[in-house]
Write a protein that binds this ligand. Structure first.
Ligand code: GTP
Ligand code: MG
Length: 304
């Protein structure tokens, strides 16, 4: 069968994580309207065994942080993680927001992609928001670069043309054995997904600069037959941010906790008791020790 790894890369907020979820049919990655939502590589697996001989495949998608000009060590880790993926996969999907004009950020990534030998597809996303004539111009622009084996207009939100993208990617993968059991859709531990769900609710409930400065650390995780008890610390950068996160009479934090708990219960199929604390760690995004503790530490060196 066809098996391989596929990197999903692009600028922040273009819809990479939404695409990962659409491709796998599962909510593997958190996706919000805030740029720089994804901070690690997120792996999602899609296996199709049936059909005619030779039609089966296993695709391991690697969603990556949005590539941007870093302003702190966390941003540096994120961009390095994304770029390090390019040479470690069998195919790359470069996602662009069709509604945005090409910026210096895109040109920077395009230059890197042009030098990367891995086969590439450009996915012009959010076509549901684009008038058809606008798509034609973007399609021509990316086609004439000569970097991409294919340019496809998609909507990761409603699934338009995502099947076509999948088909094109299948054709790029080598023959091989499965890397993961066929029913597995991610290899991330539940604790990690739980911390991401809490972070997603924080991003959704908070405005302005605070979301970028929060992180979630699972402190305790206890499974009993009756319920799963989870204790998590929300790290933020300023005392004033802590006050905003907690809210008047603790209302904001309560809302965040409740919506996270409902989703975690769905994920685990168990009753959950979720306890959240908020801690201030000034400038943690530049603190190696804290970054390391939070798992923002793996340096991906491209293959020689
Ligand atoms: N209308 C529309 N919105 C989309 C589409 N795909 C993604 N979005 C929205 O775009 C926003 C960003 O989506 P994400 O999937 O988080 O984007 P990302 O590229 O993973 O972002 P980072 O992780 O921050 O780099 C969210 O509000 C999505 O709902 C699409 O096809 N159409
Ligand atoms: Mg993302």
């Amino acid at each position: 069968m066809k098996t391989g790894f596929i990197g999903i890369v692009g600028r922040p907020n273009v819809g990479k994580s939404t695409l990962l979820n659409c491709l796998t049919g599962e909510k593997v990655a958190i996706a919000t309207d805030k740029p720089q939502t994804t901070r690690n590589r997120i792996r999602g697996i899609l296996t199709e065994e049936g059909g005619a001989p030779g039609e089966g495949f296993q695709m391991v998608f690697i969603d990556t942080p949005g590539i941007h000009k870093p302003r702190n060590k966390l941003g540096g880790f994120m961009t390095e993680t994304a770029l390090g993926t390019l040479n470690e996969v069998d195919a790359v999907v470069f996602v662009v927001d069709g509604g945005l004009s090409e910026g210096t950020g895109d040109r920077h990534i395009l230059n890197i992609l042009a030098e990367t030998g891995t086969p590439k597809i450009a996915a012009v996303n959010k076509i549901d928001l684009m008038p058809p004539d606008a798509f034609k111009a973007v399609f021509d622009e990316y086609s004439k670069l000569g970097i991409f084996a294919k340019v496809i207009g998609i909507s990761a939100k409603d699934g338009t043309n995502v099947g076509q993208l999948k088909e094109a990617l299948r054709g790029m993968l080598p023959e091989g054995d499965m890397f993961f059991p066929p029913d597995m859709f991610t290899d991330h531990p539940e604790r990690f997904i739980v911390s991401e769900i809490i972070r997603e609710k924080l991003l959704m409930y908070l405005d302005d600069e605070i979301p970028h400065g929060v992180a979630v650390e699972i402190e305790s995780y206890e499974e009993t037959p009756a319920l799963t008890k989870i204790g998590a610390v929300i790290i933020c950068e300023k005392k004033s941010h802590k006050g905003i996160i907690i809210g008047k009479q603790g209302r904001k934090l309560k809302g965040i906790g409740m919506s996270a708990r409902i989703e975690i219960e769905n994920l685990l199929g168990a009753k959950v008791f979720l306890e959240l604390w908020v801690k201030v760690k000034e400038n943690w995004r530049n603190n190696d020790f804290t970054l390391n503790n939070l798992g923002y530490n793996t340096v991906h060196k491209p293959k020689p």
